[in-house]
Design a protein around this ligand. Structure first.
Ligand code: PEP
Ligand code: MN
Length: 337
């Protein structure tokens, strides 16, 4: 349930209601809005709690949260969550662009990618150091060496580093180098991993599982939020359907649908969503037209030689054209990119 505090409630009063909620065996998530503060009281409900809390002087009203996800729900927080790190801003009418290779392959490759995507207007650098590959015989990533190369690229370009973490044991290591922790599609329901990234202070880019429903997706985000990390970004990267011509099927309706349910920023990945480089620019522009908060796009200095996902990677020139196209759509809609 949501405990809506009176407008004049002081920090002390808010803390005292939060402690009261905790004494009831519930978790208290304090959410400060511009108008007033609400406290989401999460946990198994028993009898009488709603009445007790509603009876407190500093409380305006207590309302149930109907959605299965609680902290992620618009019912709990109606203002959009804006995630910022370095120059990367996702949410609140601004489109943040994260670009770079599927995998970090060498220092030269990541630096060349970083310089190119920055020149085209990206503010985030992607690149996997720990790679979840379908085959155990495929390139698995450069691991910590790759993380160091990403950090060096950030030092030079000031791009925010977005990179995947695959296991709870690696969270501290990856968080040491990264600015945004990516949870890959295959790990969307790895609950211990979600909890582990929820304990960090780094923003998390959560990719939708290829066969996860929207409720499952939002409940996965809830695992992270429930640990106290408010900076969760949802990423639609395509779902598996009967279609085989594209790698996945990219449902852009996810953006307006999620917008009606959650305050979290929504990013589109047209690279994994299509699997085909020529389809990336039009789908990126379309994602902006449906009002996404950000894009994550694979760009490689030489896609033909890429160690992973070359077929869906743009060249730096193609990425620059994509940005021009996206900027035109964003400007037409009063958005910045
Ligand atoms: C990636 O971003 O390179 C990746 C592995 O993505 P996904 O988890 O969406 O497959
Ligand atoms: Mn990839």
């Amino acid at each position: 349930m949501i405990v809506v505090m009176k407008k004049k409630a002081t920090d002390e009063m808010i803390q005292s209601v939060a402690s009261r909620i905790e004494q009831m065996g519930l978790k208290a998530h304090i959410i400060k809005g511009t108008e007033r503060t609400v406290i989401a009281a999460i946990g198994e409900k028993r009898n009488g709690e709603k009445q007790t809390l509603a009876g407190l002087d500093e409380v305006d009203k207590v309302v149930p949260i109907l959605a299965p996800y609680k902290v992620a729900s618009l019912e709990t927080k109606c203002e959009p969550t804006i995630v910022r790190t370095h120059n990367l801003v996702l949410g609140g009418g601004h489109v943040g662009v994260i670009a770079g290779p599927c995998s970090v392959e060498s220092e030269e490759q990541i630096l060349e990618s970083a310089r190119a995507v920055k020149a085209a207007g990206a503010t985030g650098l992607r690149g996997g150091a720990f790679k979840p590959r379908t085959s155990p015989y495929s390139f698995q990533g450069l691991k910590e060496d790759g993380l160091k190369m990403l950090a060096a690229a950030r030092d030079e370009t000031e791009l925010a580093v977005v990179t995947e973490v695959m296991t709870p044991e690696h969270v501290d290591l990856v968080a040491h180098y990264a600015d945004v922790l990516q949870i890959g599609a295959r790990n969307m329901q790895n609950y211990h991993l979600l909890q582990a990234v929820g304990e960090t202070d780094k923003p998390v880019l959560l990719k939708r599982g290829p066969s996860a429903t929207i409720d499952e997706f939002l409940l996965a985000a809830e695992y992270i939020l429930d640990q106290g990390n408010p900076n969760v970004v949802l990423c639609e990267r395509g779902v598996r359907t009967f279609e085989t011509h594209t790698r996945f099927t990219l449902p852009l309706a996810t953006v307006p649908y999620l917008r009606e349910r959650t305050h979290l920023p929504i990013v589109i990945d047209p690279s994994h969503g299509t699997g085909i480089a020529s389809l990336v620019p039009p789908m990126a522009a379309a994602a902006i037209a449906v009002d996404c908060d950000g894009l994550i796009i694979e760009v490689h200095p030489n896609p033909a030689e890429a160690l992973s996902d070359g077929a869906q990677s743009l060249t730096p020139d193609q990425f620059q054209d994509t940005m021009t196209r996206c900027r035109a759509v964003a400007n037409a809609l009063g958005r910045t990119i």
